[in-house]
Ligand binder design. Structure first.
Ligand SMILES: *Cc1c(COP(=O)(O)O)cnc(C)c1O
Length: 370
C-alpha cells in the first residue's frame, strides 16, 4: 500500500468550473471568477473583505505591506513554522522575533510573546500550526495592551475556531494558502481576509502594481507588486470552497480515528498526539505525533521515517525551527520549540485519506516502535 502525506482532491465539478472560466476568456486576475472567489471565501470565513494572491507567501507579504509598518519594526512569531512566515517580513525589512511555543498545541505561547516585546515591536504573527488555533483571546489582549497589529498566518488552519469564531477573523490582516497540500487548493494561491475596508483597498491596489492614481491609469505613486491570482485558479478555488466544510469534517474524523488507533502507544508513553483544547476546534491539517525521548534513545527518528518509507508510507519531519536556519539564526534559547521540532513527525493527512490507510499507517507504526 502507498500512503502519501497529502494529495489534492480535484473533482469533475472542479474541472468543469475551470474549463468554464477558460472558455469565458476571463483568465487573468481581472475576472468575475476572482471576485466570486473573494466574496464567497470572505462570507464563509466571516470576514467583510478578501483579496486573493498568487500564493500564501505573497498574501502574507501583501498583508504586511498594506499595514505599512516602518522598516526595522519587529514582528513576533513562532520559530516552529514554515519559513514563508518570516520571509514575508524579511522582504519588507521587518525583523522576525521568535517566541517559544506551548508544549501541547505547538502554537506560539502568549506569555512568551509578552517577554520579547520591545519598543520596536509593531506586530504579532500567530501561526495556527498544523491546524490548531492559537490562543487568540490572549493574543488579541496583548495586542491591545501594547498597541500592536496582528497578522494571522492561517495557511494550515482553514475553518479552525477559537470560541466558535474562525481563525482569520481576529487579526487586522490575515493570510491563507491554497497550495496543493493545503485544506483546499488552487494549485498555487493565497488570500488575505480583513474587516478593514481601507486595508483591503490598499492590498488590492498594491497587488497589481499600484495602478491608476489621480485618474491616470499608468500613474504609479508607489512600488506595487505583480501578485494577482488568475481567473482559472480562482475558479478552482470557488469550486473547492463548496466542499470545504466536508473536507474539514473528514479531517477531524481522520484525526479521531488516528487517536483511537494510536492510543495504546500514547498510553505506553511512546508518543504524544495532537490535542484539541476546550473552546478550540483543531482542523488537523497534518496529523502529527511526537516520539518520546525514551523511544528515540532506542530508535532514532530517522530510522522510523526510513522504515515507514520502506512500507510505502510518506511522512514529514516537523519544521526545523527558523532560529536554527542560516537566514534567521539566533542563539536565544527556545527550548520547547527545539524539543518538539526534533521529536515530531507528520503522518499522512490528506483529504483523500481512507480508514484502511489510517489502519495500515497505525499498524506499521506500532510494529516499528514497539
Ligand atoms: C504553506 C504555508 C505558507 C506559504 O504558503 P504558499 O502558498 O506555499 O506560499 C505560509 N505559512 C505557513 C504556516 C504555511 O504552512
Amino acid at each position: 500500500m502507498k500512503v502519501p502525506v497529502a494529495t489534492p482532491d480535484i473533482t469533475d465539478e472542479d474541472v468543469q468550473k475551470v474549463s468554464e472560466c477558460v472558455k469565458s476568456g476571463w483568465v487573468s486576475g481581472i475576472s468575475p471568477y476572482v471576485t466570486e472567489f473573494e466574496e464567497k471565501f470572505a462570507e464563509w470565513n466571516g470576514s467583510k473583505y478578501a483579496t486573493v494572491t498568487g500564493s500564501g507567501t505573497t498574501a502574507l507579504h501583501l498583508a504586511l505591506a498594506a499595514l505599512g509598518l516602518p522598516p526595522g519594526s519587529e514582528v513576533i512569531m513562532p520559530s516552529l513554522t514554515m519559513i514563508a512566515s518570516a520571509n514575508a517580513c524579511n522582504y519588507l525589512g521587518l525583523k522576525p522575533v521568535f517566541a517559544d511555543i506551548e508544549p501541547d498545541t505547538w502554537c506560539v505561547n502568549p506569555e512568551k510573546i509578552e517577554e520579547v516585546i520591545t519598543p520596536d515591536t509593531k506586530a504579532i504573527m500567530p501561526v495556527h500550526i498544523y491546524g490548531h488555533p492559537c490562543d487568540m483571546g490572549r493574543i488579541m489582549e496583548i495586542a491591545w495592551d501594547h498597541d500592536l497589529m496582528v497578522v494571522e498566518d492561517c495557511a494550515e488552519a482553514h475553518g479552525a475556531t477559537w470560541k466558535k469564531k474562525k481563525v482569520g477573523t481576529f487579526g487586522d490582516m490575515n493570510a491563507y494558502s491554497f497550495y496543493a497540500n493545503k485544506i483546499i487548493t488552487t494549485g498555487e494561491g493565497g488570500i488575505i481576509t480583513t474587516d478593514d475596508r481601507e486595508l483591503d483597498d490598499k492590498a488590492k491596489w498594491l497587488r497589481a502594481h499600484a495602478f491608476g492614481k489621480h485618474g491616470k491609469h499608468y500613474w504609479h505613486d508607489t512600488v506595487g507588486y505583480g501578485y494577482r491570482m488568475s481567473g482559472m485558479q480562482a475558479a478552482l478555488g470557488t469550486s473547492q470552497l463548496s466542499r470545504i466544510d466536508y473536507y474539514i469534517n473528514k479531517r477531524r474524523l481522520h484525526a479521531w480515528y488516528y487517536k483511537s488507533k494510536l492510543k495504546p502507544l500514547e498510553e505506553a508513553g511512546l508518543i504524544t498526539m495532537p490535542v484539541q483544547r476546550e473552546n478550540y476546534e483543531n482542523v488537523y491539517w497534518m496529523f502529527s505525533v511526537i516520539f518520546s525521548p525514551e523511544l528515540l534513545s532506542r530508535v532514532p527518528r530517522a530510522s522510523i521515517i526510513a522504515e515507514m518509507e520502506n512500507l510505502g508510507i510518506e511522512t514529514r519531519t516537523f519544521f526545523y525551527p527558523l532560529h536554527n536556519l542560516p537566514p534567521y539564526w539566533s542563539d536565544k534559547p527556545l527550548p520547547i520549540t527545539d524539543d518538539v521540532s526534533r521529536r515530531g513527525i507528520n503522518l499522512p493527512s490528506g483529504n483523500q485519506l481512507t480508514n484502511e490507510q489510517i489502519e495500515y499507517v497505525c499498524d506499521c507504526l506500532k510494529e516499528i516502535i514497539s
